[in-house]
Design a protein around this ligand. Structure first.
Ligand code: SAH
Ligand code: SF4
Length: 367
């Protein structure tokens, strides 16, 4: 599918009242909304069932609610805020959805099928405020945060696809917050959405199958540890020296690596969940033996696994993807020091599946 360059789309009406996105609500919030309208608490359960089990597209389909309540919902709430704008399939089966928000914002979501697993890679923001020098999402800064409902909706779109293609009982099994944006910079909406993805009445995905990837905000990492949920934490480290890390991630200037590792240590101690260190391999930049040695020391102290991501080149940015020999050699140095290190297969390269790349290409094409 091609983006509709040139065809004017209706602009959102700035005077339209803001509707409440039901997919972002917890049961108690929905109950409070219903109580204000004189409705009993059990209506919340009925509505959640329609939203997550039945996945109806319109309020009028919620047939066990009164006509009046359906009309009220219709006028003040919404079930969906993201439309599928484009869908691309990669040779390896990875499926990328480009979704469009009501304000025309572009959001990327990726479905990665793999054996028994179906993983969704979700975006947390439109654009990203961090602006890592090598990343497509960071090039134009932050457009806006995604609401909790919009974060949940991405997973539902992918679950719909999975059920359509693999049958009605097929499951969405894993979630990685590795799409566009910095999840911990949109903390409240992130937590609200993760609770819904995790809840039995929601998408019922185990916390241990949900991974939050972050460039590293120490305060929020500590807060996440305090949520008493067992999410996996992945820290995007990318450099073992503060000067190189600051060059790659200027936004992180005020945060020393030692401080980040302390926050991760705290996360590990509090939750018992192992940390993953992500390390993007940039040819000629962060791949010396000293880098491998430094990374191995950090990983061992933290008892962390290492994911090596071979860089996906982004047009206009000066970084290069390393060859596979250099990448394996780096991995070998880590393994020789007793570190569990994997080179993450970069799936869906032909559909621009790396973070922010499809949105960037679409915007450059003038959509
Ligand atoms: N903002 C969060 C999550 C989204 S990015 C974070 O930075 O962790 C998910 C991962 O993809 C990060 O480790 C990021 O550094 C990496 N990444 C971004 N652009 C990439 C590219 N072009 N090639 C390979 N990895 C990339
Ligand atoms: Fe933002 Fe992550 Fe991209 Fe950095 S790598 S710009 S934090 S999305």
């Amino acid at each position: 599918m091609q983006p509709d360059a040139g065809i004017p789309l209706p602009q959102p009406d700035p005077n339209a009242p803001q509707r409440l996105h039901l997919l972002g609500l917890q049961p108690d919030e929905l109950q409070a909304w219903l109580a204000d309208r004189g409705q009993p608490a059990y209506r919340a359960r009925q509505i959640l069932h329609w939203l997550y089990e039945q996945r109806v597209a319109r309020f009028e389909q919620m047939t066990n609610l009164s006509r009046d309540l359906r009309a009220e919902l219709q006028h003040t709430c919404r079930i969906a805020a993201l439309e599928i704008e484009a869908e691309r399939t990669s040779d390896d089966g990875t499926r990328k959805l480009l979704l469009r928000g009501r304000d025309r914002a572009l959001v990327e979501t990726v479905w990665i099928p793999s054996g028994q697993r179906n993983t969704v890679c979700i975006s947390s923001q439109v654009g990203c405020p961090v602006g890592c020098r090598f990343c497509a999402s960071g090039t134009d800064g932050l457009e806006r945060n995604l609401g909790a409902g919009e974060i949940v909706e991405q997973a539902l779109h992918v679950r719909d696809l999975i059920r359509r293609e693999q049958g009605p009982d097929a499951r969405l099994t894993n979630v990685v917050m590795m799409g566009m944006g910095e999840p911990l910079a949109n903390y409240r909406n992130l937590i609200a959405a993760l609770r819904i993805l995790n809840a039995e009445w929601g998408l019922h995905i185990g916390a241990r199958r949900i991974t939050v990837s972050t460039v590293g905000l120490p305060k929020q990492i500590r807060a996440l540890a305090g949520e008493a949920l067992q999410f996996n934490l992945a820290l995007s480290l990318h450099a073992v020296r503060d000067d190189l890390r600051t060059e790659l991630i200027p936004w992180g200037r005020g945060v020393r690596i030692a401080e980040l590792l302390d926050a991760c240590q705290h996360y590990f101690r509090t939750t018992g969940r192992e940390i993953t260190l992500e390390y993007v391999l940039l040819a000629g930049v962060n791949m010396t033996s000293q880098d491998a040695e430094g990374l191995a020391t950090i990983a061992r102290n933290l008892r962390a696994n290492v994911n090596l991501l071979r860089y996906n080149p982004v047009s206009g940015l000066p970084y290069e993807r390393p060859g596979s020999n250099a990448s394996f050699a780096f991995q070998k140095q880590l393994r020789a020091r007793g570190v569990n290190a994997h080179i993450r297969t970069s799936r869906g390269r032909d559909v621009a599946a790396a973070c922010g790349q499809l949105r960037r290409a679409t915007r450059q094409a003038g959509a």
